[in-house]
Design a binder for this molecule. Structure first.
Ligand code: C2E
Ligand code: MG
Ligand code: MG
Ligand code: MG
Length: 287
């Protein structure tokens, strides 16, 4: 009896496993095709000056459109792109498209706009990464201040010497460097001080419970003040309510991003929003 059950459950298990493997292989092969066809899209999410809620820049977020009109989340396919090495051509594409987008927007009356581009750890190992970005920016006639790169806290902890080297190269080129999802990894204060980063993005998990829970508020407050004392600009991620905006403002957190202000959107919608903001004297918060 026991043997029979074992046999059946093994068969069941292996079928399920191969189905999952097949799904994964299909996903990978479609990812390859999408890279070939350059069929990704970029959504831009406004980054807001919390004092007066005007847009200072936008984060470029990768979108993978599907035949049925839906999108597969980057949280799902970026890890696969990293494992397969596809993150390199994808990352190059994102950088080029993001710089072209910010170039177009700047030339349409928003000359100070900055784009923030996420970099995966594998990209940081590319030789001449910074050099190539700098020459791309030069060819688009963009100053270094038009770009900020975002590195996750996890990647910064990966190979300390290499990460310091890359961050320095970006800084020497005048390009701002942000630590993304700050607070989700294990970086210490000492580590922060040793890197010439310019910006810290407070992970949106910290905004859960703000402003209702005293502890949640105090953690965010501590991070924002620590950053301030280190001369680092902070950006609060995932602002979803007016109350959160209010309290971050009171804390003196300079910048923010979140659904309360705006969702990630296509370039032409961002342009429309920028134009509206310019006309209406810079207010965009709508709730
Ligand atoms: P991230 O860099 O931390 O980007 C912010 C994520 O938070 C985005 O998710 C954005 O849509 C979401 N978000 C913004 N405001 C709110 C809010 O108020 N509430 C909630 N619930 N979410 C908010 P998205 O676009 O799904 O991207 C997920 C992650 O995928 C990104 O996190 C980033 O780590 C990665 N990613 C996206 N695009 C790229 C890319 O071009 N290259 C690389 N290497 N990674 C990327
Ligand atoms: Mg980011
Ligand atoms: Mg982030
Ligand atoms: Mg995040």
């Amino acid at each position: 009896e026991a043997k029979k059950i074992g046999g059946n459950s093994f068969r069941f298990f292996s079928t399920e496993l191969s189905e999952r493997r097949q799904e994964r292989l299909q996903l990978e092969s479609r990812l390859y095709q999408t890279v070939d066809a350059r069929a990704f899209e970029i959504a831009l999410q406004p980054i807001i000056d919390l004092k007066d809620d005007h847009i200072v820049g936008a984060e470029a977020l990768l979108r993978w459109p599907q035949a049925d009109g839906s999108y597969i989340s980057p949280a799902e396919f970026i890890p696969i792109a990293e494992e397969t090495g596809l993150i390199i051509p994808i990352g190059d594409w994102v950088m080029e498209e993001s710089l072209k987008a910010v170039q177009r927007l700047r030339s349409q009356g928003f000359p100070d706009l900055q784009v923030a581009v996420n970099l995966a750890i594998a990209q940081l190992w590319q030789t001449h990464l910074v050099e190539r970005i700098v020459s791309l920016m030069r060819s688009l006639d963009l100053p270094a201040s038009a770009l900020k790169v975002e590195l996750t806290e996890g990647s910064l902890m990966n190979d300390i010497e290499r990460m310091e080297e890359v961050v320095r190269e970006f800084r020497d080129a005048g390009i701002e460097v942000a630590i993304d999802d700050f607070g989700t990894g294990y970086s210490s204060l000492a580590r922060l001080k040793s890197l010439p980063i310019t910006t810290l993005k407070i992970d949106r998990s910290f905004l859960n419970g703000v402003p209702e829970e005293e502890n949640a508020v105090s953690v965010v407050n501590t991070i924002a003040h620590m950053a301030y004392n280190l001369g680092i600009q902070s950006i609060a991620e995932g602002i979803e309510t007016e109350a959160q905006w209010q309290i971050l403002q009171e804390m003196g957190c300079p910048l923010g991003q979140g659904f309360y202000f705006a969702r990630p959107m296509p370039e032409k919608e961002l342009l429309a929003l920028l134009l509206m903001q310019a006309e209406a004297g810079q207010r965009i918060a709508s709730g």
